[in-house]
Design a protein around this ligand. Structure first.
Ligand code: URA
Length: 199
């Protein structure tokens, strides 16, 4: 049996990675999900955003961030002149956890070879973790989102041609619940814009 790492590494395009995930039965979330939710946007984008896990609407459509928090994410991107033709969006797991519970550390670890390969295939300049769960696994840091946002890290894998500049922002679902962080979120978005379009 192919390991998840070998399966992911063999994918040379995002479409091949999708087919690999369709044939991968190593993640228990697949059993209860309706659809695989791999990604949305432009696989040639300069920026990739990784959220936590698909919710009910994402599971129905097979597309990430299409529910309420997705609408806020679209507005956040729009505020710095970006839309889904200029970004690629995915999650730390590719199937909806039942009842919208948080994905477990194990489920995220099982999907990580595919997340990592996805980042290699998009080969972006900037990686943005959306929320604390994605930030923790992608930035390999053991502190909360409040301490990670606004900082930049180098994300590397053996197959990326160069390290990707990586940061974290508050998850849109969190911003919907907590208006007090809107100012910080806005500053983080402007910093991302500045990295993409240096003067
Ligand atoms: N929240 C996420 O983290 N990902 C989605 O795709 C939708 C909501």
């Amino acid at each position: 049996m192919h390991s998840a790492w070998a399966l992911a590494a063999a994918a040379m395009t995002v479409e091949e990675l999708r087919r690999a995930l369709e044939g991968f039965d190593g993640c228990g979330l697949k059993k209860t999900a309706t659809n695989l939710v791999l990604g949305d946007g432009n696989p040639e984008a300069r920026i990739i955003l990784i959220g936590e896990a698909p919710g009910a609407e994402e599971d129905r459509q097979g597309v990430p961030f299409v529910g309420v928090s997705g609408r806020l994410l679209d507005r956040m991107l729009g505020s710095i002149g970006l839309d889904r033709t200029q970004v690629y969006i995915s999650n730390t797991v590719f199937w909806r956890p039942p009842g919208n519970r948080n994905p477990t550390t194990m489920e995220m670890a099982i999907c990580m070879p595919f997340v990592e390969r996805l980042i290699e295939l998009v080969d972006p300049e900037i990686l943005v973790a959306l929320g604390g769960a994605a930030a923790k696994v992608l930035l390999a840091q053991n502190v909360g989102i409040g301490k990670l946002r606004g900082r930049w890290f180098a994300y590397s894998t053996p197959r990326l041609p160069r390290p990707v500049e990586a940061t974290a922002v508050f998850h849109p679902a969190y911003l919907l619940r907590s208006a007090t962080h809107k100012g910080e979120a806005w500053r983080d978005l402007l910093e991302i814009k500045r990295k993409l379009n240096p003067l």
